[in-house]
Design a protein around this ligand. Structure first.
Ligand SMILES: NC(=O)c1ccc[n+]([C@@H]2O[C@H](COP(=O)([O-])OP(=O)(O)OC[C@H]3O[C@@H](n4cnc5c(N)ncnc54)[C@H](O)[C@@H]3O)[C@@H](O)[C@H]2O)c1
Ligand SMILES: [Zn+2]
Ligand SMILES: [Zn+2]
Length: 365
């Protein structure tokens, strides 16, 4: 019997989200239905609502979730009802050219559920990042479920499903931060603070946190920032100079842009040391341009310019380890949860995100 539940839907560009009846089919071959226990509100959900990702409305929002497997479809052997899982948007295929070359974190053909979840009138929903989890039951591909230690509570564990993993992985995987590195992180929301926590975990000795909001900088310190800079009203050059001030006037070994705007990317580009690394983890909108950068600056500064999709994570490899580090008290994942809210408060949480009042609002069921 399909499930009929209330889920958070974005019907049209820029319009407030609404709670709608959603029909969740029983799992087909390779699929699973998961009882969602918690799902964090990520800036990417807001990007969807604002038309910044694509135009495939209506969207079923929510994608940073943890829960319990309720039912599995035919052929699913590595998952069973009762398993405690974090949902992921990188169920790797094993057969695409990236997977075959041993780099499955770039998988170009990840699995999602093939059956659609729909509105009551049959309209197909586009689930955010192929998940859709602001509802008490959701349908995913079984590979989108990663089993972890159930001692980690859902509101905390679910955050690894997207933003926190993206930030941690931007530092640990993409930026390959190591002992003694200097790191600057631009934008200290959930993603940026996770990058700070990742840099600290990897042994970076200088971590410069940059944001336009003092409250965010206070949180950034709690995650391990050694220096902070409020960049509100500063020119791009002034931000670069401030990064240099804290790094023996050289610039940082790794600069992570967790905002994703042309000005923050240019700050990252010029704020790194020669042969340093820029990691873009914030998501730009399609209209953005980096402007009139001299090509010689790319050449003469050397190093690498990278993007980090989902922190280059491999959920099966990374989620259980990070949950274990959290349970051992070595990674403060719980500090990302600012508030727990009902499923009817997602629109309100977007406003709070916009005002900078939260790191993560987490919907709990
Ligand atoms: N690459 C990925 O796989 C991935 C995954 C999840 C989220 N994201 C993206 O990461 C970005 C951050 O997400 P979040 O959930 O942390 O968002 P958030 O809104 O919680 O945080 C953004 C932070 O950037 C700060 N900021 C805004 N403009 C700034 C500027 N010009 N200079 C300095 N700081 C500035 C804000 O004050 C805020 O603290 C978003 O673009 C989101 O879509 C990427
Ligand atoms: Zn693949
Ligand atoms: Zn996200």
């Amino acid at each position: 019997m399909p499930y009929e539940v209330q889920g958070v839907v974005s019907r049209a560009k820029g319009e407030p989200v609404s709670l709608e009846t959603v029909i969740v089919p029983d799992p087909g071959p390779g699929e699973a239905v998961v009882s969602v226990q918690a799902c964090g509100v990520c800036h990417t959900d807001l990007h969807y609502r604002e038309g910044g990702i694509n135009d495939e409305y209506p969207f079923l929002l929510g994608h940073e979730a943890a829960g319990i497997v309720e039912q599995v479809g035919a052929g699913v052997t590595d998952l069973e009802p009762g398993d405690y899982v974090i949902l992921n948007w990188r169920a790797v295929c094993g057969t695409c050219r990236a997977c075959k070359r041993g780099k499955p974190w770039y998988c170009f053909s990840t699995f999602n559920a093939t059956q659609p979840m729909t509105l009551a009138d049959g309209t197909k929903l586009s689930p955010a990042l192929g998940v859709g989890a602001f509802l008490p039951k959701t349908l995913v591909h079984s590979g989108q479920c990663t089993k972890v230690d159930s001692a980690a509570e859902p509101a905390v564990a679910g955050l690894l499903g997207c933003g926190v993993m993206a930030g941690l992985g931007a530092a640990l995987n993409t930026g390959a931060v190591t002992r003694g590195d200097s790191v600057a992180v631009i934008g200290c929301g959930g993603v940026g603070d996770a990058a700070i926590a990742g840099a600290k975990l990897a042994g970076a000795t200088t971590i410069v946190a940059i944001d336009t909001d003092d409250r965010k900088l206070q949180w950034a310190k709690e995650f391990g920032a050694t220096h902070t800079l409020n960049s509100k009203g500063l020119s791009e050059d002034q931000v670069v100079e401030a990064i240099q001030e804290h790094t023996n006037s050289f610039g940082a070994d790794v600069v992570i842009d967790a905002v994703g705007r042309p000005e923050t990317w240019r700050q990252a580009f010029y704020g790194r040391d020669l042969a340093g690394t820029v990691v873009l983890v914030g998501v730009p909108t399609p209209d953005m341009r980096v402007g009139d950068l001299p090509l010689i600056d790319f050449f003469s500064r050397g190093g690498s310019l990278k993007s980090s999709w989902y922190g280059d994570c491999l959920p099966s490899r990374d989620f259980p380890v990070l949950i274990d580090l959290y349970l051992q008290g070595r990674l403060p994942l719980d500090k990302f949860v600012t508030e727990r809210i009902g499923v009817d408060q997602v629109e309100h949480s977007f406003e709070r995100m916009h005002r900078g009042e939260v790191l993560r609002s987490v919907v709990v069921f």
